[in-house]
Every structure is written in structure tokens, then in C-alpha cells.
Design a protein around this ligand. Structure first.
Ligand code: GDP
Length: 197
């Protein structure tokens, strides 16, 4: 699939403010600074559709974009950022949880993980929570260009092993690099396939 049209629709501070669930929806989430904005911009072939920000944890809104007049791409706020207040963290959590648990048109959640890091508790716990809630998700490893190919493979295996400690079935995984345009075709084909089913 090629993204011919990508338009910002709206920002929502509450799940109830989100647009009508009248198109299939694909949402992107991850820890702050994981490379979410860069990935979204890469997928949409835009330089600044999603803002790449040097201030982690700033985005506290659910941002909806309409893609090819056909589906919604959703930029969710980052989670697990240590340097925000407890109240802010609680507000994030309410917003994200409320959205994830009740968004009827959510076809798949893309959970972004920085390929350079060892499996992090906050990410693994988040994945388990999605499993419990029955939210369909896949994992996208970001910033693959920062590692040598052998290291990429090693870290992916380590991640899979961490998940297999408690799960029998693994989610789908994608490896991406926004600077090298890696993973774009695979992710867009995946979305196209889900949309067709
Ligand atoms: P966000 O906070 O998750 O939206 O992350 P950003 O997209 O703003 O990226 C955070 C930082 O990582 C920025 O300095 C980006 O330039 C950098 N970055 C993001 N993706 C990549 C990537 O694939 N490769 C490299 N080398 N840097 C990246």
C-alpha cells in the first residue's frame, strides 16, 4: 500500500472526544523518545506529520490522522516516562487505558520498542496488559540502524525469549529504521492485509 493522502484530523484529550469509529484504526504507542513520530512520518512519507519532539513525555493527546480517506492512523501519548509528575502519569494512563479498552474500530496497536535496549519491564508489562484486555498488537523494533545486523538479531531473540517465559504464542514483530526507511513496506502491507480481511 502506498500512502497517498495523510491528513491530520483532530487531537483528543479524552477518549470520548475521539472521532466516530467509522473507519478501521491503527494506533502507535511506545515509551517517549522511542522514535514514534519518526516512524509515523516515515510511513506517511512526510517530514513532520507527527511532530518529532526533543521534549519526551510532552504529547498528552490522542492524535487522529486520516489515511487515503480510508483508515485512521493514531498517534498515542508515550508511556513510562519517569520525569513527569504522578498526577500527569495518572492522567496519561486514564487516557490511554480508556482509549485502548473501548475503541471499537482499533484493528491493531503497534507497540514500539527501541531495539538497542534489553527487554524492559514497563514494555513487557504493557504487552501483558494488552493481552489481558484482548487488544490486538504487534511489536515494532525501532532504530535498527543504530546496531550491527548481528546485534539486531540477538536483541530480537532476547526479546522473544523474554515474552516466551509467560506466553506460548508470540506477537508479530517488525524491524524498522526511520533513517534508513526500513520496515515501511512490511508495516504498510500488514495494515493493508488486515484492512482487507
Ligand atoms: P518519539 O518521542 O517517540 O516521537 O521519538 P522521535 O521520533 O521524536 O525520535 C526521538 C529521537 O530518536 C530523535 O532524535 C530522532 O531523530 C531519533 N530517531 C528516531 N527514529 C530513529 C531511527 O530509526 N534511527 C535513528 N538513528 N534515530 C532515530
Amino acid at each position: 500500500m502506498e500512502i497517498k493522502q495523510a491528513e491530520f484530523l483532530t487531537s483528543s484529550a479524552k477518549p470520548t472526544q475521539c472521532p466516530n469509529p467509522d473507519k478501521p484504526e491503527y494506533a502507535f504507542i511506545g515509551r517517549s523518545n522511542v522514535g514514534k513520530s519518526s516512524l509515523i512520518n516515515m510511513l506517511c512519507d512526510r517530514n513532520s506529520l507527527a511532530k518529532t519532539s526533543s521534549t519526551p513525555g510532552k504529547t498528552q493527546l490522542i492524535n487522529h490522522f486520516v489515511i487515503n480517506s480510508d483508515w485512521y492512523l493514531v498517534d498515542l501519548p508515550g508511556y513510562g516516562y519517569a520525569k513527569v509528575s504522578k498526577t500527569q502519569r495518572k492522567t496519561f494512563k486514564l487516557l490511554i487505558d480508556g482509549y485502548l479498552r473501548h475503541r471499537s474500530n482499533l484493528m491493531c496497536l503497534f507497540i514500539l520498542v527501541d531495539i538497542r535496549h534489553k527487554p524492559q519491564k514497563v514494555d513487557i508489562e504493557f504487552m501483558y496488559q494488552m493481552g489481558e484486555w484482548g487488544v490486538p498488537f504487534v511489536v515494532v523494533f525501532t532504530k535498527a540502524d543504530k546496531l550491527k545486523p548481528g546485534e539486531v538479531e540477538k536483541n530480537v531473540t532476547e526479546y522473544k525469549n523474554a515474552l516466551l517465559q509467560d506466553w506460548e504464542e508470540l506477537p508479530d514483530f517488525f524491524i524498522s529504521s526511520a533513517t534508513k526507511n526500513q520496515g515501511k513496506d512490511e508495516i504498510l502491507s500488514f495494515i493493508e492485509q488486515v484492512n482487507q480481511n
